[in-house]
Ligand binder design. Structure first.
Ligand SMILES: Cc1cc2nc3c(=O)[nH]c(=O)nc-3n(C[C@H](O)[C@H](O)[C@H](O)COP(=O)(O)O)c2cc1C
Ligand code: SF4
Ligand code: SF4
Ligand code: SF4
Ligand code: FES
Length: 624
């Protein structure tokens, strides 16, 4: 068994190659593999119990030599979890429960029949889809970086090696000089996936050329954006790809020590990263004299406390050093003076996971994907008011429309699309007129938003854009480290102005005041948190100004969200007096004196909880 080879040190490129071949042979000896997603989303739905039920049932039937049961990281389609994929056919079963397992084994694994009730159903057409690659959510994706998640057990290094893992490292160490690695990454056009979109090759080159020894490589897995979970899922599902990327970066810049900075709220990611480091060290793929090449590099894990600002490069480095996680001015780049004032490369998880692909398949191949200045694919977390939520990986240049409708399946309950918020809390809200826009670093910035780390939140007609701007602003206000005045004071004042607008106390010059403060904040803030904090306001003012005006001038919230500006009313012509709302009202604000008399809603008693609106099936309760 290949598993017995775990821990055996590999001392050359050819030993790695031989092991890879051996693993491939042992995999093809089995006829079937059942992969069960045990990413954090599917774990919450009971993925572990499903996996255990499979293992118990396969064992009790003596099928272990024919069927391999494998737990994997996130497959992306989290809202349908726990997901089970039967390979090689790639039959996808969704929302699987432990009680379903005997039937899956009898019917699908033994008799070759598909179980209809466990298949994904396309909401509009009600069509059942058998194979993973035919599900619309997956069909338009290009899963170059994220795809391996669905095939490998992240706690078993042989799974990664069997898929060609660490071959890029071997090629780097034995066939390329450090300068050639930097050149290849430069030619690929790879830009950092952590937010700024900085050219990775150029960053590596300046760190390589910087004076100072030692040098460091840091992987940023802080991921504090609300709604984002790309980095967590990559670290949980394929930690070796990130480690491989880190060793390649270290070889290119001449570093011998690296850190993975992971927020402590990601326990599975921390556990898998720790295990991956230990396995890679035991097999000579990390640590002293990697693969017998003479090159050494070690990786340590540093747990972050969960402050959003600690994802910022200088704050992160301060935190690793054991100081307070506050940003500093970057007159001198971290590539020259970073961790402990030494030259440091800081890259995002997804950036590093792209590196083995580039080395294996070449810069030319990589740069053929994407747009002129944004190459490769991007992983996004697609959440909010969209039918298919989850993680998607798409080529740069895909339009927002293809993402929201083609992959996301459109807006639930046939509601109208209103906006998409991209780029995390410092990103912007783009309206329906931007749906045909190709998604890449530069287009998003031009439109007043940004790529950020890749969170995408879809909003429908029921979202109030002033309320949304206030939400992001108050998130950033809470996360501001308070070091500089424009951010510490500016965010508070801007939030107070938004508070009064949504409470009906808005003043005629509030919009101008917000614009002035936004400009001061953008130019005066010390770090990117404050520097981008005005984006939610500026983008909503740019595309949804009339909503601000309705709140300030007409004292009206067009989306019916801001409570002080709305009232619930009963349209008596539509109401047959079914009494549902009377029973639902928690404060007794609705009364009805018998079948023939109208239902009355007392505005003084009403607390605007919305329960009557939610229960009325006839649309007889309206929000004004
Ligand atoms: C407030 C703030 C939070 C950030 N959070 C993250 C984060 O969680 N993960 C990340 O990779 N980059 C984050 N960044 C960007 C990093 O500062 C840095 O640019 C990035 O890690 C560099 O990696 P890249 O070149 O691979 O993108 C953040 C920046 C700011 C200003
Ligand atoms: S901009 Fe905000 S988060 Fe950044 S240093 Fe200033 S106060 Fe701190
Ligand atoms: S909004 Fe809530 S409190 Fe007001 S009438 Fe309806 S159920 Fe009662
Ligand atoms: S739930 Fe609707 S239809 Fe029924 S009594 Fe209330 S307003 Fe009328
Ligand atoms: S956690 Fe299972 S699909 Fe995302």
């Amino acid at each position: 068994m290949v598993a017995e080879k775990s821990g055996k040190r590999l001392n050359s490129a050819s030993e790695l190659e031989l092991l890879c071949e051996e693993i491939k042979r042992s995999v093809s000896a089995r006829t079937r593999t059942v992969t069960i997603c045990c990413g954090t989303g599917c774990l919450a739905y009971g993925g572990t119990k499903v996996a255990q039920a499979f293992r118990d049932e396969i064992k009790s039937r003596g099928l272990e030599s024919e069927v391999e049961v494998k737990t994997t990281g996130c497959h992306g389609f989290c809202e349908r979890g726990p997901l089970v994929v039967i390979r090689p056919e790639n039959i996808l079963y969704q929302r699987v429960k432990p009680a379903d397992i005997p039937q899956v084994i009898d019917e699908t694994l033994i008799s070759g029949r598909v179980i209809d009730r466990l298949l994904y159903t396309i909401p509009g057409t009600k069509e059942k889809v058998t194979y993973e690659h035919d599900v619309p959510f997956y069909k338009k994706q290009m899963r170059l970086v994220f795809g391996a998640n669905g095939y490998i057990d992240p706690t078993v290094i042989e799974d990664y090696i069997g898929c060609g893992g660490y071959a890029a490292l071997s090629k780097t160490l034995f066939e390329m000089k450090p300068d050639e690695v930097v050149d290849e990454v430069k030619k690929s056009g790879l830009r950092g996936r952590g937010g700024g979109g900085f050219a990775t090759g150029a960053k590596w080159q300046s760190t390589r050329e910087a004076h100072g020894d030692p040098k460091y490589v840091i992987c940023n897995c802080d991921e504090g954006d609300p709604g984002a979970f790309m980095d967590r899922s990559l670290m949980e599902g394929n930690p070796h790809a990130i480690i491989e990327g880190m060793v390649i970066a270290a070889y290119a810049i001449g570093a011998h020590l690296g850190y993975i900075y992971i927020r402590n709220e990601y326990p599975v990611a921390v556990k898998h990263a720790e295990k991956a480091i230990a396995q890679a060290e035991a097999m000579g793929l990390l640590g002293e004299n990697i693969l017998g090449s003479g090159f050494s590099f070690s990786v340590k894990i540093n747990r972050g406390g969960g402050a959003f600002v600690c994802g910022e490069s200088t704050a992160l480095m301060a935190s690793v050093e054991g100081r307070v996680g506050e940003p500093r001015a970057k007159y001198i780049h971290t590539s020259e003076k970073g961790l402990w004032d030494q030259p440091t490369v800081l890259n995002n998880v997804e950036t590093l996971a792209n590196v083995p692909l580039i080395i294996n398949r070449g810069a030319q191949w990589y740069s053929s994907i994407g747009t002129a200045n944004s190459k490769g694919t991007k992983i996004f977390s697609l959440v909010g008011k969209v039918n298919n939520t989850g993680l998607i990986e798409v080529p740069m240049g895909i339009t927002l429309e293809e993402i929201v409708y083609g992959i996301g399946g459109g807006i639930p309950k046939n509601k109208k699309f209103k906006a998409i918020q991209t780029g995390g809390p410092s990103g912007g809200c783009l309206p329906a007129s931007k749906l045909d826009m190709p998604v890449d670093f530069d287009e998003l910035t031009r439109a007043g938003s940004m790529m950020g780390s890749g969170a995408m939140i879809v909003m429908d007609e029921d979202n109030c854009m002033v309320d949304i701007a206030r939400y992001f602003l108050s998130f950033l206000e809470g996360e501001s480290c308070g070091k500089c005045v424009p951010c510490r004071e500016g965010l508070k004042r801007m939030r107070q102005i938004l508070d009064r607008i949504i409470s009906g106390q808005g003043q005629p010059d509030d919009i101008e005041l917000l614009e002035n403060l936004s400009e001061t904040l953008t130019w005066g803030a010390l770090c990117g948190l404050g520097g981008g904090a005005a984006n939610p306001i500026m983008s909503t003012l740019r595309y949804f100004r009339e909503e601000y005006e309705a709140h300030i001038i007409e004292k009206r919230c067009p989306a019916g969200v801001c409570k002080p500006l709305i009232s619930y009313n009963i349209i008596n012509e539509k109401c047959p007096n079914c009494t549902l709302c009377i029973k639902a009202c928690p404060v007794g604000a609705i009364t009805g004196q018998g079948k023939k008399l109208p239902v009355i809603l007392d505005q003084v008693k009403c607390t605007k909880c919305g329960a009557c609106y939610d229960v009325c099936r006839l649309g007889a309760v309206e929000v004004r």
